[in-house]
Ligand binder design. Structure first.
Ligand code: NAD
Length: 510
């Protein structure tokens, strides 16, 4: 059986690991490999290598750092097929989604190719008499990233692309459920010319995560995962004096106004609610039709669309979505469906009991649809993270704004309407971090920034874009004064110009 090792300064070294975790093939339900689960001692080795490599990496001019990113992008593109298949085989998302996962990460690498421009500092000439002020962004030193299973390529690249381009060394702790692609990405970075020790991958679970949070040499930690863990990471990291950004779970709503194009909405929902088996933090698992007529019409159109969804193995080019990541998660999704039923919601389509012929041991679950879900239900309040769409009927626009605004999560939200005024009001007022207007999955492009509000995001800086650069750098501000030291002292024999000797004053006082 294949055993996946750490990627620490070119050599793994975890071969004698006491603990391992199984990596499944979700299509078959079989264990296909094992990953070592590291300890604080493994992390120490990675940190020592990072400390050795980082100063020289930071001293390389930013244009040359960017060139490594350009080469990495080429290498990932050249290896796209193999990476997408590897990703799909461990995660279970269909190949087209796996390619999208890699592509969205590469877009952050493209942003990182422009790092020299973004890292330029600010300069004020003459902030006072012969006084200039300038500021520069310097790397934190060693950063770490802890990532979830659902985007094993994109989310690591969100983090290491920006952190490394800024001159940091980076230690990645990917999800133990699908860790192979992150290791391949680190190998490709090295092939692209990244010095050994600048990007390393350590595997593990809570033990490794807590070691990262407690390690005094790691200055910044970026986390993406579920909210309770995000909150834990945030508190423990901050208590250890680190900079922490911790993105959490989600329950995104799609508001459907009475004037919306329902055929378009249904087409959008098929992908946004069920694509990738609902295992996306920007999935749209709650739809909020405004008015009962909208709700009835939407429901009627959703039924055949759900019926038409094809669930298949992740390599099936015709499949809309594949299996969920493991058996425990499939059970969790099924339990939430039962909770919804027990709480009195109407289960219109039941995806439990679905089995794919020839793949009965795979982690498949059919699409489910609930109607008459209400805000007091636990099944509404919590994230299900599966192919389950809930209809929550709203009598009016005000209720539709209030529902996502008052929900504990605030990652993404969408409104479907032809009314620009309603859309504009909604975007301005809704208490959520990322808004789509007739866009079901409003993931911002790489040069903007990604981050949710409330329990979807702890900390105050977002992923990638300029916000990412702010997170992975510290600002240093220099106030400089250059008295005229070149001239000869007053009264010297050759009668040269007098030296200007002014007392230092607060720059703005003169
Ligand atoms: P998870 O919270 O189980 O795991 C995330 C990371 O935390 C993994 O690396 C895991 O090894 C580690 N971890 C797990 N348990 C831990 C513990 N007790 N202590 C310390 N670390 C621990 O999340 P997941 O199931 O891999 O991913 C799905 C979740 O991630 C969903 O809630 C989804 O909404 C969320 N997510 C959020 C975003 C976002 O940007 N907001 C993006 C993608 C996924």
């Amino acid at each position: 059986m294949r055993q996946l090792d750490h990627h620490i300064a070119g050599s793994g070294g975890g071969a004698a690991a006491a603990r391992t975790a199984d990596i499944f093939d979700p299509n078959t339900g079989q264990v296909q490999a094992q990953v070592v689960l590291g300890t604080a001692a493994d992390l120490d080795r990675a940190v020592a290598a990072a400390q050795a490599a980082q100063p020289a990496w930071a001293a390389i001019n930013p244009q040359r750092r960017a060139r490594v990113m350009f080469r990495f992008k080429e290498l990932v593109e050249a290896n796209m097929d193999a990476l997408a298949h590897l990703l799909s085989s461990e995660h279970g998302k269909v190949i087209a989604d796996a390619r999208g996962d890699i592509q969205r990460g590469l877009e952050v690498i493209e942003f990182a190719c422009g790092i020299p421009h973004v890292l330029k500092g600010d300069y004020t000439q003459g902030a006072g008499p012969r006084i200039d002020v300038y500021s520069m962004r310097q790397p934190i030193g060693i950063g770490a990233g802890i990532t979830p299973f659902n985007f094993p390529a994109m989310i690591p690249m969100w983090m290491f692309g920006v952190a490394i381009a800024c001159g940091n060394a980076f230690i990645l702790k990917p999800s133990e459920r699908d860790p192979s692609v992150p290791v391949r990405l680190a190998e490709l970075m090295q092939e692209a010319g990244l010095p050994e020790g600048v990007l390393q991958v350590v595997h593990g679970d809570k033990e490794m995560v807590d070691a990262i949070l407690d390690h005094p040499a790691i200055g910044a930690v970026s986390f993406v995962g579920s909210s309770d863990i995000a909150h834990h990471v945030y508190r423990r990291g901050v208590a250890a004096g680190k900079r922490v950004q911790a993105m959490g779970g989600a329950k995104n709503h799609g508001i459907v106004m009475p004037d919306a194009d329902l055929d378009q909405v249904v087409a959008d929902l098929s992908g946004a609610a069920f694509g990738s088996a609902g295992e996306r933090c920007m999935a749209l698992p709650v739809v909020v039709p405004v008015g009962d007529r909208t709700a009835e019409a939407l429901r009627q159109k959703l039924l055949p669309a759900i019926e038409a969804l094809r669930v298949g193995v992740s390599t099936d080019a015709e499949a809309h979505y594949g299996p969920v990541v493991n058996a425990a998660h499939r059970e969790r999704v099924a339990n939430w469906i039962q909770t919804g039923v027990d709480e009195g919601a109407e289960l219109v389509v039941d995806g439990r009991g679905f089995a794919l012929q020839g793949h009965e041991q795979g982690f498949f679950i059919g699409p489910s649809l609930f109607d008459h879900v209400t805000p007091d239900m636990q099944a509404y309040k919590e994230e299900i993270f599966g192919p389950v769409l809930q209809i929550v009927r709203a009598p009016d626009f005000e209720t539709a704004v209030r529902l996502p605004s008052e929900h504990q999560y605030g990652n993404g939200v969408a409104i479907f309407t032809r009314n620009g005024h309603a859309a504009r009001e909604f975007a301005a007022r809704v208490n959520v971090g990322m808004v789509g207007i007739n866009v079901p999955i409003p993931v911002p492009v790489a040069y903007h920034t990604f981050g949710g509000w409330k329990r979807s995001g702890f900390g105050d800086t977002n992923q990638h874009g300029v916000e990412g650069v702010k997170f992975w750098t510290r600002i240093k501000t220099v106030t400089q004064r250059w008295p005229d030291g070149s001239a000869l002292p007053r009264g010297s024999e050759d009668g040269g110009p007098s030296r200007v000797q002014d007392a230092f004053v607060i720059p703005t006082m003169e």
